[in-house]
Design a protein around this ligand. Structure first.
Ligand SMILES: Cc1ncc(COP(=O)(O)O)c(C=O)c1O
Length: 388
């Protein structure tokens, strides 16, 4: 046997040993033992996922109380696949006005080209939503709490009105990471997560998941991921699987620190409002208390700053909070959000005072983070005095 052949076929076996974690199988081709297995054994091709992806699906089913999990390359693709798998040309989708911006863009731009209509509704006006449930509505897309503005939807009430009309409900459950909210147990048909955030938890990989507990819906999603060739690579799946092992422990720390910081922010003169569903001052606090068992590290506040230069001074004064998109990692992040708010005209954004800032509280010590915010507010105050 020549060396290049030996290089290809020489494989060290390790009988009787098993690693704690599954091996990352980097594979398109899967070698199968015989002709029958070639056409019957699943998964028989790497695109369908191998050991790591299967273990991740099991972990996500456990987390969300699901029977089936479908993996996608990003959170956005999970949202898009979830909607696309339950609609056809001629249908309409109703989306909450505070879903993640790119999910909304998919529904408004891409679905239109597929012959599917889309309309937004105010997440706090569910009677108005009910009035719009015409025969062509095939799905309602919720995200609770909503992106940037953190409205909690009355999910059980929306599910009840949807079920009565055979309308599918989808919920982006990324904020709770499946730890603090279980949409499927509230009757939601498809629960979606950007694994990129808390599940991966270290800001170093993308991933998405759709979990369901109805076999007919699972089939619809599987057909769509098969048809579009959507899957999650083994490295990313591994990062997400590893994240599931520490997810609940990390989330409890995010929760505690975020509550401490939100409560502190609430007492600051320069802060006109803290928008955190676990605070009694939040307009949907009662719904949150009923439907969630805890809160994560992401919330918003309104800071009394009039100019971009003042916001810049605040951000420049921070050392620990970094400026960057995404969230769910171990590092604390902050972003000004007015630039990306595109909401219904009658929305609260018209009547509030201050600039909207979104905070992700990471795993640093909460006292250190409060000191950091102090630095930011001091810098903001100095800038205001200079501008007088
Ligand atoms: C609520 C929510 N859903 C979905 C996504 C999309 O996730 P990804 O960045 O993995 O596409 C994001 C990203 O920020 C998000 O905040």
């Amino acid at each position: 046997m020549k060396r290049n052949t030996r290089l290809i076929h020489n494989k060290a076996g390790s009988p009787g040993r098993r690693t704690v974690n599954p091996p990352i199988e980097r594979a398109s081709t899967v070698i199968l033992p015989d002709r029958k297995a070639l056409y019957s054994r699943k998964p028989g091709y790497g695109r369908m996922g191998l050991s790591v992806q299967r273990e991740l699906e099991v972990a996500l089913c456990e987390l969300e109380g699901a029977s089936d999990a479908h993996l996608t390359p990003s959170g956005l693709s999970a949202c898009a696949v979830a909607v696309a798998s339950v609609v056809k040309a001629g249908d309409k989708v109703l989306i909450s006005d505070s879903i993640y911006g790119p999910s909304r863009r998919f529904c408004e731009r891409r679905l239109a080209r597929m012959g599917v209509g889309c309309e937004r509704f105010d997440p706090r006006k569910i009677q108005a939503l009910e009035a719009r449930l015409s025969d062509d509505v095939a799905a309602i897309f919720l995200e609770s709490p909503g992106s940037l503005t953190f409205e909690i939807s009355d999910t059980p009430a929306i599910v009840a009105m949807a079920k009565a009309r055979d309308i599918r409900t989808i919920m982006d459950n990324t904020w709770s990471a499946g730890v603090f909210c279980q949409p499927l147990s509230m009757g939601v048909d498809l629960s979606v997560q950007a694994l990129t955030k808390y599940v991966v938890g270290h800001a170093d990989a993308f991933g998405g998941a759709i979990t369901v507990k109805d076999k007919a819906i699972a089939k619809e999603v599987a057909e769509l991921t098969d048809d579009w060739g959507i899957s999650l690579g083994p490295e990313e799946a591994y990062a997400a699987l590893r994240g599931t092992r520490t997810l609940i422990t990390r989330l409890k720390q995010h929760e505690t620190s975020a509550l401490q910081i939100a409560t502190w922010l609430d007492q600051q003169e320069t802060v006109s409002q803290v928008i955190h569903p676990a605070l009694p001052s939040h307009p949907d606090h009662a719904l949150w208390s009923r439907d969630f068992s805890g809160s994560s590290g992401l919330f918003a506040f309104l800071v009394e700053a009039e100019t971009d230069a003042e916001i810049d001074a605040f951000i420049d004064g921070l050392e620990l909070f970094k400026l960057g998109f995404s969230w769910g990692g171990y590092e604390s992040l902050i972003i000004p959000c007015d630039e990306q708010l595109t909401r219904l005209p009658e929305d609260w954004t018209q009547s509030r005072t201050g600039r909207l800032m979104r905070v992700h509280v990471g795993l640093e010590d909460a006292d250190d983070l409060i000191e950091d915010l102090h630095r930011g507010f001091d810098a903001l105050d100095r800038k205001k005095i200079l501008d007088l």
